[in-house]
Write a protein that binds this ligand. Structure first.
Ligand code: SF4
Length: 275
C-alpha cells in the first residue's frame, strides 16, 4: 500500500473537498503543509487562519488549530492570535479578493506592523466562490461577471504593495512550480516578521472558462511558459517584459523589529503594569 505521508495533516472526515476538478487550490494547500513539515512545526503549535472565498476553505481541511473567519479579516484575527501567544506559528490563507479588496486595509497595516505571520495569497485572478466578479487582481482586459467586456481597472501587484507597505519577506510562485513554492513558503516561515507569498493558482471554472484560456492543464502550461525566475527577469530589458510574462521568486527580504518585539518593549517600559 502506498504511504500517503501528508494524510495526518488533513481532517479526513471533512474530505472530499468542495473545489472544482482541476482547481489549483489543493496544490497550494499541500505546499503549505509540505513547508510546515519541512520546518518541523507541530500541529499543536501551528494555527491556520483564513478569510472567505474558495481558497479560504482550506483551513477547514487542515488538521491544525484553525480559524475560518470573516471576509477580509483573516489578518486581524491572526494578529490577535500572535499577540496573545507569540510562541504560536501563525499562517494566513487568503485569496486575491479577500486580501486586496475587502481586506486590503488590514493587509497593508499587517505589513507595516511587521507582525510575525506567514501570509499565503492564493491568486486565482477573480472572485471564484461568489460568482466570478472582477477582483483587484484581475488582469486588464480579462472578463468577469462584473466586467463582461474586459476589466478596465488596473490590477494590484500584491507583492509590490506588500513591500511598499512594510512586509519584510515578499515572494511569488505558482501552482505549477510546486517545489519552488514550497521553498518560498518555508523560507517565509523562517522570517521573523510579516512574510507574504503570492501563489498563482488556476481557476478553470470562474476565470479560465470565462476567458477562454482552456482546461486546467492549459492554464498550468500558461504559468510554466510565462513565469520568469527573478534572476532572469532582472536581466531582461524593459521591452522584453511584455505580454503575459511575469516574475516569480524572492523579491524582498530585510530584517526589522517585529510587532511582538516592539510590544514587549512597551510592556517593559510600563513596568509590568500591562502584564
Ligand atoms: Fe477553484 Fe475557481 Fe472552482 Fe473556486 S471557482 S474552487 S478557485 S476552480
Amino acid at each position: 500500500m502506498i504511504e500517503r505521508s501528508y494524510e495526518k495533516y488533513f481532517r479526513q472526515n471533512r474530505l472530499p473537498h468542495l473545489w472544482c476538478p482541476g482547481c489549483g487550490n489543493g496544490i497550494v494547500m499541500k505546499a503549505i503543509v509540505q513547508a510546515i513539515e519541512k520546518k518541523g512545526w507541530s500541529q499543536d503549535n501551528t494555527v491556520i487562519v483564513s478569510g472567505i472565498g474558495c481558497s479560504s476553505r482550506a483551513s477547514g481541511y487542515m488538521d491544525f488549530d484553525t480559524l475560518h473567519t470573516a471576509h477580509g479579516r483573516a489578518i486581524p484575527f491572526a494578529t490577535g492570535v500572535k499577540m496573545a501567544n507569540p510562541n504560536l506559528n501563525v499562517v494566513v490563507i487568503t485569496g486575491d479578493g479577500d486580501c486586496t479588496a475587502i481586506g486590503g486595509n488590514h493587509f497593508i497595516h499587517g505589513c507595516r506592523r511587521n507582525i510575525d505571520l506567514t501570509v499565503v495569497l492564493f491568486n486565482n485572478n477573480i472572485y471564484g466562490m461568489t460568482g466570478g466578479q472582477a477582483s483587484p487582481m484581475t488582469p486588464l482586459g480579462k472578463k468577469a461577471t462584473t466586467a463582461p467586456y474586459g476589466s478596465i481597472d488596473r490590477p494590484f501587484d500584491a507583492c509590490k504593495l506588500a513591500e511598499a507597505a512594510g512586509a519584510t519577506y515578499v515572494a511569488r510562485s505558482t501552482a505549477f512550480h510546486v517545489q519552488h513554492l514550497v521553498k518560498l513558503i518555508a523560507d517565509g516561515m523562517d522570517n521573523k516578521g510579516f512574510s507574504f507569498i503570492e501563489a498563482l493558482v488556476q481557476c478553470p471554472t470562474a476565470y479560465g472558462r470565462r476567458n477562454k484560456i482552456g482546461d486546467p492543464a492549459k492554464m498550468m502550461a500558461w504559468m510554466r511558459d510565462n513565469a520568469v525566475m527573478k534572476t532572469a527577469w532582472d536581466k531582461l530589458s524593459e521591452d522584453k517584459k511584455i505580454g503575459d510574462k511575469f516574475p516569480i521568486g524572492l523579491f524582498y527580504k530585510v530584517e526589522e523589529e517585529t510587532y511582538n518585539d516592539s510590544y514587549e518593549k512597551v510592556r517593559d517600559i510600563a513596568g509590568g503594569s500591562l502584564r
